[in-house]
Ligand binder design. Structure first.
Ligand SMILES: *Cc1c(COP(=O)(O)O)cnc(C)c1O
Length: 962
């Protein structure tokens, strides 16, 4: 008789790490034997250099189960107070339609998708993004809009640099109206300083009175004033400057569009289109501009092209991966944007339609008029008459008592000055709210019913600024207003796409691992979602605790002393980290140190970030193993010794190898007075095993949307915490508009103090449920899985840049491996892109294509994929190699075979006439399992050139641009 399992044993079966990590003990043994390693420990010992191994374990709380972690986080969340917010200032209450909440925000088909670089398998989300772009163009009255910016403040800062690039003025002055959102001004100041731009603040009416290359005004202003833009535009244009307008999209349904009043660029947030406030993010910001600036527009633009059958198909156009191509000449470093929130906002517009949006806006504007009348009835004075949703009330000495009474009544108002308050209404405001507000302002006096005898009331919009033009006339905005139609539209779009809910996405450098459901659940809890970022700190204690715990855990994982969670993408973390290094040099009187060394293998955001902080990029070479060329590095360190600011390295390198010289490299740069920036995108190969803060790094960013399980969302949101060693902690980003930050601190880099705060619970849950041992096992399994793929494919493809470790089949790689397809191009004409597209027929999302080396595929399986899925991928790759052999042998012509014709649509295979030299079966079902589960590409190969002749899709080497 077998022994009963012990309770300890039974309790272990609810451990989360066994759910997160794909391979089990049996799989692991088989994988190790395929590699030729005796044990996981032996494999890690052979691959990770001893010199960088952690001396001590990460100190993290003991792992708990999913249920326990949720309960613990709920207790933290409940320390946030849910007051009704009338603060405004860029963040408003909104009602997320249930059909959008459940079918987009809480639906893995949308949130686990990757950035749409592979156009054919991303048609659904690109359609949603084209809707977003159309909505923004229509509402702003401008010709072209991109598919999301990180937040309104960074969008305004990007608009400033866009104006500097495309404008005709030689002025260095950017004018900012004194009633823009304070956080926007703060982020603009941070951005302007290293670029030598002077920010001049003044009354909006004074814009263009003196020379400037651009001016920014808020429409309506932070205190609600709506002013005519045309005179401002004329004045700014008179100085050869460009006018940037930060505009509220809901207001634009009722007030004249910026584009109809001479504006050149419009920016803003789409938060109030269905995305909860979430303590500041994630939300999609937008940017729109005149047509003539489209080639300089930062961020991503989805375009319409055609597929191989001549049918329209979407693809990313123009600036796709711009920073990878132009690198230090890139116009911005934006990589990950805010795709999921942009999809939510676009669908909010699709669901409500132009009429629905207008009605929402009319109610807000009508209630605002009722409130204005009520306040005046109480004898209060309003600072201005023209308003949409925000009133500025002169409260004199009563300011503080009224604020306090409002809080006591469960409402937050905004202190506009020492003697005035402002309050903003939104979609969620009710008649009862207005009565409660008036009661607070009455300070004990009786308040008549504000709606008494009123059935309708005119908004406070000046007659000459009433919008008369139509918007969102396209059928997509007028067809999906019933929930059934909406539900099916969303399903139809997501069915076109391949996300993690259907297949592994083996993207090197991008770490597409499990986004566990329990990690996702807390983000829509009201205690996290319905919180205003500028509510009093005392009401945000839950977020404060989340910040403090997550920060402490990330310090453990990285070996650093301090972390800021403010940057809302990896690229923003790089930017913040380099600003910190710059501030440190300046604090020592060494402002002249401006040289930033960057190896040629670096991710494109590295040089782009360096140029944004005013550093000068010097590219260093890599040897043929993919390691930094030490001799070249030494020479450049010596040459630039007096001016060396920093080196930016990625570790393990972007080639997926653990460079054994990393400690030497760090020491060398330190000797020459520079600081070491370690790009943390590859932390999935390090957590629990080695820590950049311990092997010589001074600053790193992490990608919580890679290593720490925040889903990619189809291209954002992300979180890019910046992590620093002890002496740099005083320089971590401030957020002065929220009253945070030391004197030495660099300025705010994001609109909200905690950046994309509302997705932080995901990483908290992950670490809490994995614990030290689970995280270390995840890292080791990620390395094991990559080596397994390398070992199994080694006989079929060249593995580029392996460690050449004796006895390991596949040679030994880190957590990803590069398959070199260039030799096959010579023998068969088949390119890496053909293989990537053929994988779609096999039901896979391609690995990273042509980065960091052109003509290669970089595979990163991650720890979350089971051996079953790895084997399915390996079988596909081997079968594809067989197909290439047929082309090599001449049995299939080079110009007509299943690879160059991939992906195959169902329609193309069902045609009566079939003229190809391979069968329909060979096209659709190259492996038998596909007969059970088949993904059909909705379009044929998308034309990369059509309509966009200058586009380059892969990452060329830095040497091309030197
Ligand atoms: C992903 C990545 C980045 C940029 O991160 P984003 O969040 O997309 O801005 C930077 N460096 C490397 C090596 C990366 O893989």
């Amino acid at each position: 008789m077998s022994a009963l399992p012990s309770f300890a044993d039974l309790e272990n079966s609810s451990e989360f790490h066994a759910r997160h990590i794909g391979p089990d003990a049996t799989d692991e043994a088989l994988m190790l034997s395929a590699i030729g390693a005796a044990s996981r420990e032996a494999l890690i010992d052979a691959i990770v250099p001893t010199s960088i191994k952690r001396a001590a374990r990460m100190e993290l709380p003991e792992a708990v189960t999913e249920a326990q972690a949720l309960a613990e986080l709920k207790a933290i969340a409940s320390r946030n107070q849910l007051l009704k917010s009338f603060i405004g200032q860029g963040y408003y209450g909104t009602l997320t339609p249930g059909v959008i909440l459940r079918n987009i925000l809480e639906n893995p088909a949308w949130y686990t998708a990757y950035t749409p670089y592979q156009a054919e398998i991303s048609q659904g989300r690109m359609e949603a993004l084209v809707n977003f772009q159309t909505m923004v163009c229509d509402l702003t009255g401008l010709a072209i809009a991109n598919a999301s910016m990180l937040d309104e403040a960074t969008a305004a800062a990007e608009a400033m640099t866009l104006a500097a690039r495309v404008g005709k003025s030689k002025s260095q002055v950017f004018f900012v109206a004194d009633d823009v959102l304070p956080q926007t001004l703060e982020v603009i100041r941070t951005r302007a300083e290293p670029l030598g731009i002077t920010v001049q603040v003044g009354a909006a009416e004074d814009a263009g009175k003196t020379e400037c290359f651009g001016a920014l005004v808020q429409y309506p202003g932070v205190n609600g004033l709506i002013r005519s833009l045309q005179p401002i535009a004329d004045a700014v244009h008179g100085q050869s400057g460009l006018l940037v307008v930060a505009a509220d999209l809901l207001a634009l349904t009722l007030i004249k569009a910026p584009g109809e009043q001479g504006a050149d660029i419009a920016v803003g947030t789409t938060q109030r289109f269905g995305m909860p406030m979430g303590a500041g993010g994630p939300h999609a910001a937008y940017m729109a501009c005149r047509d003539e600036f489209k080639r300089s527009l930062p961020g991503r633009l989805v375009g319409v092209s055609v597929d191989s059958h001549g049918k329209p198909a979407y693809r990313l156009s123009l600036q796709t991966r711009e920073q990878h191509i132009r690198r230090e000449k890139a116009t911005s470093n934006i990589c990950t944007a805010q795709v999921l929130p942009a999809v939510v906002a676009s669908m909010y517009a699709v669901y409500h339609g132009p009429q629905g949006l207008k009605r929402i806006a009319q109610r807000v504007a009508g209630y605002t008029a009722v409130l204005a009348k009520g306040l005046k009835g109480l004898g209060l004075t309003l600072a201005h008459e023209a308003a949409f949703d925000t009133l500025h009330v002169r409260t004199g000495a009563h300011t503080a008592p009224i604020m306090a009474a409002a809080v006591a009544a469960g409402m937050n108002l905004r202190r506009a000055s020492d003697d005035s308050l402002s309050l903003s209404l939104d979609e969620t405001t009710t008649r009862a709210d207005l009565q409660a507000l008036l009661t607070v302002f009455a300070e004990g006096r009786a308040v008549p019913d504000a709606f008494e005898g009123t059935t309708a009331v005119a908004a406070l919009i000046p007659a000459d600024l009433v919008r008369t033009s139509s918007f969102m006339t396209h059928p997509v905005f007028n067809r999906h207003h019933s929930e059934t139609e909406m539900l099916r539209y969303l399903r139809q779009l997501s069915d076109k796409d391949l996300a993690l809910d259907r297949t592994m996405i083996p993207l090197g450098s991008c770490t597409m691992k499990l986004n566990a459901t329990s990690e996702m659940i807390p983000i829509t809890w009201p205690e996290f979602a319905q919180v205003h970022p500028f509510a009093p700190q005392s009401q945000l204690q839950g977020y404060a605790q989340l910040d403090q715990q997550l920060t402490a855990w990330l310090c453990q994982a990285t070996g650093y002393a301090g972390v800021s969670l403010q940057p809302n993408a990896g690229s923003q973390g790089e930017y913040a980290g380099l600003l910190i290094i710059k501030a440190w040099h300046e604090s020592r009187g060494e402002a002249h140190r401006k040289i930033c060394l960057i190896p040629e293998s670096a991710h494109g955001t590295n040089p782009a970030s360096a140029q944004m902080v005013g550093m000068q990029v010097v590219v260093t070479k890599c040897d043929k193993e993919g390691n930094i060329d030490l001799a070249d590095l030494k020479a450049k360190c010596e040459q630039h010794s007096a001016n060396l600011a920093a080196i930016m390295i990625t570790y393990p390198s972007t080639y997926g190898v653990f460079d054994t010289h990393v400690k030497e490299i760090c020491a060398l740069v330190h000797e020459h007075g520079g600081r070491v920036y370690v790009d943390g995108a590859n932390m999935n190969a390090l957590v629990g095993v080695a820590a950049p803060g311990q092997f010589g790094g001074d600053v790193s960013h992490l990608n919580l949307h890679k290593t720490f399980c925040i889903p990619h969302g189809g291209g954002g949101p992300g979180v890019g915490p910046v992590c620093v060693v002890e002496d740099l902690v005083p320089f971590l980003p401030a957020h002065r508009s929220a009253g945070l930050g030391e004197k030495t601190a660099i300025g705010a880099v994001s609109a909200a103090p905690l950046g994309n705060a509302a997705v932080l619970p995901i990483s908290w849950m992950y670490i809490r449920m994995m614990g030290e041992a689970g995280l270390k096992a995840a890292t080791e399994t990620a390395i094991l899985s990559a080596n397994y793929v390398a070992a199994r494919l080694a006989g079929h493809y060249d593995i580029h840049f392996s460690g050449n470790i004796d006895g390991l089949k596949g040679g030994g790689v880190a957590h990803e491996c590069i398959l070199d397809l260039r030799p096959l191009k010579d023998t068969s004409g088949i390119s890496a892109e053909d293989v990537a597209k053929r994988l779609i027929d096999y039901g896979f999302h391609a690995p990273t294509l042509s980065f960091p080396v052109a003509g290669t595929l970089m595979v990163e399986p991650t720890e979350s994929e089971s051996k079953f899925e790895l084997d399915r991928f390996i079988a596909a790759m081997i079968q594809i190699r067989e197909e290439i052999r047929k082309v090599e042998a001449g049995s299939w012509p080079k110009e007509d075979n299943p690879l160059v014709n991939a992906p195959h649509t169902a329609e193309s295979l069902l045609k009566t006439e079939w003229t190809h030299g391979y069968s329909r079966d060979e096209a659709a079902y190259p492996v038998a399992a596909l007969r059970q589960v088949k993904y059909w590409s909705p379009v044929g190969r998308v034309d990369n050139v059509y309509g966009d002749r200058n586009l380059v899709c892969s990452c060329p080497p830095v040497s091309d641009y030197q």
